[in-house]
Design a protein around this ligand. Structure first.
Ligand SMILES: [Zn+2]
Length: 245
């Protein structure tokens, strides 16, 4: 069966952190969602590729994803190459997602930036008949970018108040990456994610974006194109309104 939404990440945990709440919400609304990561995490400072794969499966289950898959692009060497584009095109044509989530194209980690370009380019190319992968051409209707390290001014924010707790559970599924009390070396290995305050930072950001739409928690997204609105009265109608307490 085809997917409604497919989220790409460079590494396991990128998607959970960037749009996990939205994926939880979408699956709750009855949409079929999937998570595909480009690498297997062999460069991670902590844990191993095997541990990362197990944690990835657990996290995808918590998110309610019907598809989860790890590709074999080398970790730390995600690059916009023809070979990598074909891998993404195959995934898109196999699952035919209506919308695709990708990391924001400006980031601290080069893998995130490259993954962003790679997914955007592959999504276009996937619609070209003459690129043959054994599956019919398919192009998703929209690429939607989620935040990783750097912030952007969002095009829209999804109210994830009801989904936030499950998102955080999915993030915590990556237990090898996180600080655990009593772990002497925690955070001293230079990883941002390993610092004890990391989970607080995620929650603070979700509250910050939630506050902008009158919700407890929110996830920000960016799209490149203008958004078509058929009925501004309906679109900006009563359910859109909110009051500052
Ligand atoms: Zn990452």
């Amino acid at each position: 069966m085809d997917l409604d939404a497919l989220a790409f990440g460079a590494h396991a945990d990128d998607v959970e952190l960037g749009c996990g709440g939205t994926l939880v919400k979408l699956s709750g609304l009855g949409h079929r969602t999937g998570v595909v990561v480009l690498t297997q995490g062999e460069m991670a400072t902590r844990g191993s590729a095997e541990i990362r794969a197990r944690e990835f499966t657990n996290a995808a289950t918590i998110l309610g994803s019907t598809v989860h898959q790890m590709l074999d692009i080398p970790d730390g060497r995600v690059e916009v190459t023809w070979e990598n584009k074909l891998k993404i095109i195959s995934v898109l044509r196999a699952h035919k997602p209506k919308i695709v989530f990708a990391p924001y194209w400006v980031d601290r980690h080069p893998d995130h930036e490259e993954a962003s370009h790679l997914v955007r380019q592959a999504a276009y190319l996937s619609g070209l008949r003459k690129i043959e992968t054994g599956e019919p051409p398919f192009r998703p209707s929209k690429i939607i970018y989620y935040q990783t390290r750097f912030e952007f001014t969002p095009t829209f924010i999804v109210d994830v108040s009801e989904a936030h707790e499950r998102k955080m559970n999915a993030v915590r599924a990556y237990e090898s990456q996180f600080h655990r009390p009593g772990q002497a070396e925690a955070g001293s290995d230079g990883t941002l994610i390993g610092r004890p305050e990391f989970l607080d930072t995620i929650e603070t950001r979700a509250r910050h974006y939630g506050a902008q739409i009158g919700a407890k928690f929110g996830e920000p997204f960016l799209v490149r194109e203008a958004i078509r609105v058929e009925d501004p009265v309906g679109f900006f109608g009563p359910e859109y309104l909110w009051t500052i307490p």
